[in-house]
Design a protein around this ligand. Structure first.
Ligand code: FAD
Length: 310
């Protein structure tokens, strides 16, 4: 059994593992895919103190740094069930999809999230080649260009407002007959000169020249007509889904499925902590996930040293 068992090997899990191993306590990390979302990323320009790096490079640096310490890495292991300890200070159990089970006196959940995709032709082919999911990350790459934002909820409208200050023109495309974002955001959006809003529109295709995105096609849901828009970038903002389906019976989740944590990263169960994109933390970014993983590990250590000697 582990003193700290980390589930998830993205930036949050790697930081948690390093911080706890540095306390000299027995630490393990089980991850479905060590590296996490970073593996699907190309250019990273906001990893503070590093002007520019690439996802796969950062992912291997994460793994190398964890391996500097005595951490047991269990890659390609998917957790399927969490059974919290029956009594304070007892072992929590994580059952893996393959039937094996792991025990930890504390657990740090860092299973991340995934962006909901449109599921239209061209989306996969042009990911990182014009199709983007994170305006904070990739907005500046489209300076002076034309982009679309797909989705008129809060995140879509926030992204459109943000991007309008950087790019030449933003087309916001919403499936419904009206935007769903808060009224203040909608008013702000409507006041911007370089934004066009199209409602009742179903995106049907991402167009490209083999190298990069050149446009998109959508269907007008009222008239059934097809339209093309020429542009260089598409930001898909139709939801970020936390990888927490397996936890819904064991700890408190928000109505969006995010793990509820306090300022120390503790969940509703004593001795179980969480960090990164799978939690209620307001912004989902690499440096934020790393900070949260470190916080969770320090909190786990604080918890362990307060347990009565057994
Ligand atoms: P993740 O990176 O999602 O890692 C989750 C880990 O948990 C993975 O190892 C996964 O395999 C594992 N896991 C999931 N479910 C289970 C399970 N049931 N059992 C075991 N393991 C499980 N952020 C930036 O700051 N800058 C950028 O430029 C940037 N660009 C991005 C570009 C793209 C295309 C994407 C998708 C994201 C980008 N992000 C960027 C966001 C950033 O990648 C995330 O905020 C960050 O990776 C979150 O870290 P995390 O450790 O919380 O989760």
């Amino acid at each position: 059994p582990f003193e700290v068992l980390v589930i998830g090997g993205g930036p949050a899990g790697a930081a948690a593992a390093i911080y706890s191993a540095r306390k000299g306590i027995r630490t393990g990390v089980a991850a479905e895919r060590f590296g996490g979302q970073v593996l699907d990323t190309m250019d990273i320009e906001n990893f503070i103190s590093v002007s520019r790096t690439e996802g796969p490079k950062l992912a291997s640096a994460l793994e190398a740094h964890v391996k500097d310490y005595d951490v047991e890495i269990m890659n390609l292991q998917k957790a399927a069930k969490l059974i919290p300890a029956k009594s304070e200070g007892g072992y929590h159990e994580v059952v893996l999809e393959n039937g094996a089970s792991l025990k930890g006196r504390t657990i740090i959940l860092s299973t991340g999230a995934r962006w909901r995709q449109m599921g239209v032709p061209g989306e996969d082919e042009y990911r990182n080649k014009g199709v983007a999911y994170c305006p904070h990350c990739d907005g500046p790459l489209f300076k002076g260009k034309r982009v679309a934002v797909i989705g008129g909820g809060n995140s879509g409208v926030e992204a459109a407002i943000d991007l309008a200050g950087i790019v030449a023109h933003v087309t916001l495309i919403e499936y419904d007959s009206q935007l769903r974002a808060d009224a203040v955001l909608q008013r702000k959006l409507a006041s911007l000169p370089n934004v066009k809003i199209i409602t009742s529109a179903l995106t049907t295709k991402v167009d490209g020249n083999g190298e990069r995105v050149t446009g998109l096609s959508y269907k007008d849901r009222n008239h059934g007509t097809e339209h093309d828009v020429e542009l260089e970038g598409i930001f898909v903002q139709i939801g970020l889904v936390p990888n927490t389906e397996w936890l819904k019976d064991s700890i408190a989740l928000s109505n969006r499925g995010e793990i509820e944590i306090d300022a120390r990263g503790e969940t509703s169960q004593p001795g179980i902590f969480a960090a990164g994109d799978c939690t209620t933390v307001p912004y989902k970014q690499i440096v934020i996930a790393m900070g949260a993983g470190s916080t969770a590990a320090l909190s786990a250590f604080d918890y362990l040293i307060r347990l009565p000697a057994s």
